[in-house]
Design a protein around this ligand. Sequence first.
Ligand SMILES: O=C(O)CCC(=O)C(=O)O
Ligand SMILES: [Fe+2]
Length: 205
Amino acid sequence: MPVQTIPEIPGLSMYPEFIGPDEQTALMATLDGLPWSGLGVGPNPELKRRTQQRGCTFSFRYRKAITSTEPLPGWARDLVARLAPLTTMKDALNSIIINEYQPGQGIMPHVDSLTAFGDTVFALSLLSPCVMTFDRVGSTDSYPIVLEPRSLLVLTGPARFGFRHGISKDLVETLGDRTIHRERRVSLTFRYIIPGPCKEEAACK
Ligand SMILES: O=C(O)CCC(=O)C(=O)O
Ligand SMILES: [Fe+2]
C-alpha cells in the first residue's frame, strides 16, 4: 500500500486511495441510512456539525466514554481489519466518530485528548477534499496538507501528540496551485477509547 509521509510532521502517514470509489459510495449509503447526532441531538448535542458514533460512545461534555464496549458494526469490520496492521498500538480500535462537514463547517485546531484516546488515530476522508492544518504545539510552525477523498490519515507519535490539527470553515481554500471549493465532506475517525474520565484540564477534543 503506497504511503506518503511529511518530514516536518513525524508520525504522520497518508495512504491515498485507501478505499475505492465503489466502497466510498457504499459507505456513504450506509452512513446516510443511519441516524445522525450533533446539532441539538445527543449524545453530543452541543457539536455544531452532524456526527455519528459507533462502538464505544464518547461524550465531549462529560469528558468520558458513556457506553461500555459496544461492538463495532458489521459494516466497519473489514475497514478496521485493514487498519490494525498499520499501527503498533496494542489496544484494539473500539470507536468510530463520523463527522460531517457541510460548506462553512470545520473543526477547531486541537490535539485529540491524550488521556481519553489511544496513541494512534486514523481518519478516513470521504467526498469533498479539504485542507487540514497542523500547528506544532509551542511554536508558530504551521503545515497545511490536503485531505483527499478516500485517503486515510494515520497520526501517531509527534503528529498525534505534538501538533494541533484543524479544518477551516472557508468555502474556498488554496494550497499552492490547488484551489478547493469545499463541498460536503464526511470523515470517519477510528480510535481506541481509554476507559475512565479524560484527565486533562483543557476541554476534551
Ligand atoms: O475530519 C477529520 O478528518 C478529523 C476529525 C478530527 O480531528 C477528530 O475527530 O478528532
Ligand atoms: Fe482530531
